[in-house]
Design a protein around this ligand. Structure first.
Ligand SMILES: *Cc1c(COP(=O)(O)O)cnc(C)c1O
Length: 424
């Protein structure tokens, strides 16, 4: 870490020197009660609206008004192949080949569709490995898949937890578990970035170790996509799924992304839940009874794409493409280093950061735990003072400075208001 001391002048100097500072103007920043900009640190939960979304949506509404059904082929972005607009953008975002990615459905739906194909339990190998505490939806999805196949989550859902008194999972503990239990694990389903602690998992190493044991490996990238650089193809991950409304700013409930490694692209023997949009494009409208999947991730699509829910994501992914994940990551680390250093400078006896310290083990988010145990009250006081961060039971305040629209000055005001809230 190489950071400056806590002062408004230093914060402003960092903003002056920031090559990405102008991107903030591309977003609507929610106003604070006093009329100024709020301090928005929940880009990890719901990203802000890019200004260009309204224009893109209006274009689709106009095309629908003007063209009716002919918009499928005649709209300025024709609706029939609309999802193809996302291919290059998603491939760059997650480090994939174009035919390995598709924009479809929502996150939990995609996790289920992927498990239909890649969770194939047997009596000898029935288990799914997840982390604890996992995001509830992931746990529900995994446990229900286990039950669906006639197995028992009490026995066959393996949950790796941090050690007693520790806040995140030791990478060595995870490796040792995979080595010891790998023979009975059918699927490893872990997050890229853990939603509670902000811990980044070493996806390359996990994939290699679990596959060597004969397991399939899928990642939930809800908190990783748009947050950290990803190389899913090179890492050899079997599948991944992510939502588009957190770091990706695609709007509440936005249509999600999905990755299937090309080694599975042409495997027609994989079980899958099929729909017409996954069928070979050249014969789709012959409306025949046989199903021939498109080779690659597109072959897992079910329905024709919901244009009005896809459009904000398209607008937003273009921004990621224009800025580039490497530039974003560089600023992101500067932001979180600065926040961490200022917390240590001002509040060393009061605040613990439970996110791992090492750069490669964290993304934008820092998870704060108050040593005096009054986190909930402090959080509520922050809310009254124009700070938008979030509270996660039992005792964590999550703060995610994101490089597209957060400023160093935001961090200064955050630490100032946190100090005031703690010290009263
Ligand atoms: C945000 C999030 C979800 C949300 O799932 P939806 O299907 O989009 O509602 C699921 N899992 C994780 C890990 C998340 O962070």
């Amino acid at each position: 870490m190489n950071t400056t001391t806590f002062s408004l002048d230093n914060a402003r100097a960092l903003d002056q020197a920031d090559p990405l500072s102008q991107w903030r103007d591309e977003f609507h920043i929610p106003p604070a009660p006093d009329g100024g900009d709020s301090l928005y640190f929940t880009g990890n939960s719901l990203g802000l609206q890019p200004r260009r979304v309204a224009r893109y949506l209006q274009e689709e509404l106009d095309d629908w008004a003007r063209l009716g059904v002919q918009g499928h082929t005649e709209a300025r972005r024709p609706w029939m192949p609309y999802h193809e607009n996302f291919t290059e953008l998603n491939a760059a975002l997650v480090g994939a080949k174009p035919h390995e990615v598709v924009q479809m459905n929502s996150l939990t739906v995609n996790l289920h569709l992927m498990m239909v194909s890649f969770y194939r339990p047997t009596a000898e190998r029935p288990a799914i490995l997840i982390e604890k505490p996992a995001f509830p939806s992931d746990r529900h999805a995994a446990a229900s898949q286990i039950r669906f196949h006639g197995f028992d989550p009490d026995r066959d859902l393996i949950e790796i937890t941090p050690r007693e008194g520790e806040a995140h999972i030791r990478p060595d503990d995870l490796m040792n578990l995979i080595k010891a239990e790998g023979h009975r694990i059918a699927l490893v389903l872990l997050p890229g970035v853990q939603y509670y602690s902000g811990q980044v998992f070493d996806m390359a190493t996990i994939t290699e170790a679990a596959q060597a044991k004969g397991a399939k490996v899928g990642f939930d990238l809800a908190h990783a996509a748009g947050n950290i650089p990803l190389h899913l193809h090179d890492w050899g991950v079997d599948f991944a799924a992510w939502c588009s409304y957190k770091y990706l700013n695609g709007g509440p409930g936005a249509i999600a992304g999905c990755f299937v490694h090309e080694r599975h692209a042409r495997n027609e023997s994989l079980p899958r839940f099929a729909g017409w949009w996954g069928h070979d494009k050249s014969s789709r409208f012959k409306m025949g009874p046989e199903f021939h999947p498109i080779p690659g991730a597109e072959g897992w699509q079910l329905s024709n794409p919901p244009i009005l829910s896809m459009t904000p994501v398209l607008a937003s992914l273009e921004i990621f493409h224009e800025v580039g994940m490497n530039a974003l990551r560089e600023k992101s680390l500067k932001l979180s280093d600065t926040l961490w250093a200022w917390l240590e400078e001002r509040l060393p006896e009061r605040v613990d950061v439970i996110t791992p310290r090492e750069d490669k083990q964290r993304g934008c988010q820092l998870s704060l735990r108050l040593k005096q145990g009054n986190g909930r009250e402090v959080f509520e006081e922050l809310e009254r003072n124009g700070v938008i961060c979030d509270w996660r039971e039992p005792d964590v305040i999550r703060v995610a400075p994101v490089p597209l629209y957060n400023r160093f000055e935001d961090l200064y005001h955050f630490v100032e208001r946190l100090e005031a809230a703690i010290k009263g």
